[in-house]
Design a protein around this ligand. Structure first.
Ligand SMILES: CC(C)(COP(=O)(O)OP(=O)(O)OC[C@H]1O[C@@H](n2cnc3c(N)ncnc32)[C@H](O)[C@@H]1OP(=O)(O)O)[C@@H](O)C(=O)NCCC(=O)NCCS
Length: 161
């Protein structure tokens, strides 16, 4: 994995790059308007992992209210998957949220999404419930696992390169 990357909060300027990744990795991608609303909402944070040429490799959208947060979207561009970028961004996000005194982080993930379940388990998420028939996959429905992690700050949280 290249060590040349930076993690930054994303503005609306990155919407086209986010949508390119979103459409590439999900069968049912968010619309551009939903993505834009998420970037602009006061209750969400959008973080990106970028290469030195400002090219977006991965992004995460998280909603945070009081001491709880939820990952709403987490995507790594296909050609960069399984090269350690997802875990760099997830570790950064968890540490950043912990420093903001957020104690619990939740998310939903499809039962067949083994790469995603693996990364979340690796970072301490535990299953707390199942939502039946939550996702549409082709002409079938799939259950979602609801996962939760308890957050603790590990190192100083700031933008880094
Ligand atoms: C899930 C996702 C975000 C992981 O990001 P990534 O950059 O590919 O993951 P990393 O390279 O950082 O790998 C971290 C861990 O994830 C797991 N993982 C990643 N890719 C995997 C794969 N193809 N198969 C199994 N486990 C995998 C492993 O536990 C890995 O740790 P390891 O390298 O020690 O085995 C990425 O694959 C992705 O964008 N998938 C499509 C969108 C998606 O499903 N998002 C999550 C929705 S809930």
């Amino acid at each position: 994995m290249s060590t040349q990357y930076q993690i930054l909060p994303l503005s609306e300027n990155y919407l086209p790059q986010m949508m390119d990744i979103e459409r590439e990795v999900f069968d049912h991608p968010w619309s551009a308007s939903l993505m834009k609303d998420s970037i602009l909402s006061a209750h969400t944070e959008t973080w990106g992992l970028l290469d030195p040429n400002d090219r977006l490799i991965a992004f995460v959208v998280v909603s945070a209210i009081f001491d709880e947060a939820e990952i709403l979207n987490f995507s790594v561009a296909k050609i960069y998957q399984h090269q350690g970028f997802g875990q760099k961004l997830l570790a950064y996000l968890m540490n950043h949220l912990a420093y903001k005194k957020i104690e619990k982080l939740f998310l939903e993930v499809g039962v067949s999404n083994i790469p995603a379940i693996s990364i979340y388990k690796k970072y301490g998420f535990e299953q707390i419930s199942v939502r039946k028939n939550y996702y549409q996959v082709g002409d079938k429905q799939e259950d979602a696992l609801v996962l939760q992690a308890t957050l603790q700050p590990k190192e100083s949280s700031h933008y880094f390169r």
